[in-house]
Design a protein around this ligand. Structure first.
Ligand code: TMP
Length: 208
């Protein structure tokens, strides 16, 4: 079976994932590739419904383990319904967040433990790991300043967390990078969007 390419884009709030994904997809399209862009949690109706529950600002009673399980449930459905069929056709899938978000946010920043969260996610993904992951690294101060200046952006439950939480998310990603330096590539997301795109394109060219 021909296998496509599974790319994931990670990072804290305001890192510029959405902009990068749109530009990267356009550029790969121009090179004649079949590219799908999608996001987590969400990307398909069932997972978008789960997203609504997780990110609802009214759900202040949500337990951290419940939250981690809901992300994993949304991930499973999205993988089976959307990502795996595209990869089996040989297409490229660019996903806005994947397992590393759960490891950094729930495992590290929420304190559930990276290995504990990895194990519930292993049940959900069944070894279906990304071929390559770009971590858009930006200081939490700069990232939060960007989202606060973007008026049209909706504020969700996780945006309401304080700076200490977002610092812990960044630290979580640092640990993941140290563990898997071959799969995870750190990109300096404080650079202009065009430079970020060019960095990603040149790494893809080297690797594939
Ligand atoms: P977004 O703002 O990038 O769309 O992501 C929604 C929020 O969900 C964001 O604050 C990060 C968070 N998140 C987790 O905490 N764990 C996860 O596994 C995923 C996919 C997202």
């Amino acid at each position: 079976m021909e296998k496509g390419l599974f790319l994931t884009i990670e990072g804290g709030e305001g890192a510029g994932k959405t902009t990068l994904i749109a530009e990267l997809a356009r550029s790969l399209h121009e090179q004649g590739k079949n590219v799908w862009t999608t996001r987590e949690p969400g990307g398909i109706p069932i997972a978008e419904q789960i997203r609504g529950v997780i990110l609802d600002k009214g759900n202040t009673a949500m337990d951290a383990r419940t939250e981690a399980l809901l992300y994993a449930a949304a991930r499973r459905q999205h993988l089976v319904e959307k990502v795996m069929p595209a990869l089996s056709r040989g297409d490229i899938v660019i996903c806005d967040r994947f397992i590393d978000s759960s490891l950094a946010y729930q495992g590290y920043a929420r304190g559930l433990g990276i290995e504990e969260v990895r194990s519930i996610n292993q049940f959900a993904i069944d070894d279906m790991m990304p071929d390559l992951t770009f971590w858009l690294d930006i200081s939490p101060e700069a990232g939060l300043a960007r989202i606060n200046s973007a008026e049209e952006r909706e504020i969700n439950r996780l945006d309401l967390e304080g700076l200490a939480f977002h610092r812990a998310v960044q630290e979580g990603y640092r640990k993941l990078l140290a563990d898997e330096p071959n799969r995870i590539i750190r990109i300096n997301a404080e650079q202009p969007p065009k430079t970020v795109l060019n960095d990603v394109l040149s790494i893809l060219k080297q690797r594939f």
